[in-house]
Design a protein around this ligand. Structure first.
Ligand SMILES: [Zn+2]
Ligand SMILES: [Zn+2]
Length: 142
């Protein structure tokens, strides 16, 4: 993923929708672009705070919402846990650890495409969630 290009897109999208481009806003997106563990808003906040100690959680929330509205990030819904965010907006699947809640992208090719119409629903996009125990948690079991 080309981070510079993506950041450029973000700044362009902000300009387009008349949003102020602040270093804090850019930092929120940067965190999302560098992390592949699908962080929560709190995770992002804690990381941005290291660089900008006066950033507020509300600012981070609003920026994340804006990024989602702009289609630059997406929600990864996961039951029993807070909402996680993903800067990888291409169609891909997720591996979820049922013990620690870690979410990783599936790196092998899953050769499966749903029908375009399921039970009367027009299918827009799809994502598989595969649940299991991650290597870190497995190591703790022994
Ligand atoms: Zn785990
Ligand atoms: Zn993902």
């Amino acid at each position: 993923m080309d981070r510079k290009k993506k950041l450029g897109q973000f700044i362009e999208a902000c300009r387009h929708s008349g949003l102020k481009i602040t270093p804090q806003r850019v930092a929120v997106y940067e965190v999302l672009l560098t992390r592949e563990d699908h962080p929560t808003v709190e995770d992002i906040y804690n990381e941005v705070k290291k660089k900008y100690p006066f950033v507020s959680l509300a600012t981070v929330y609003r920026t994340v919402e804006t990024l989602e509205e702009l289609g630059l990030i997406r929600k990864v819904a996961y039951w029993g846990s807070s909402v996680r965010y993903d800067a990888n907006t291409s169609d891909h699947h997720h591996l979820i650890c049922v013990q620690c809640g870690a979410i990783r992208d599936v790196e092998f090719c899953l050769d499966w495409t749903p029908p375009t119409n399921i039970q009367g629903y027009r299918v827009h996009k799809y994502s598989l969630h595969i649940y299991g125990v991650c290597p870190v948690c497995q190591a703790k079991e022994n």
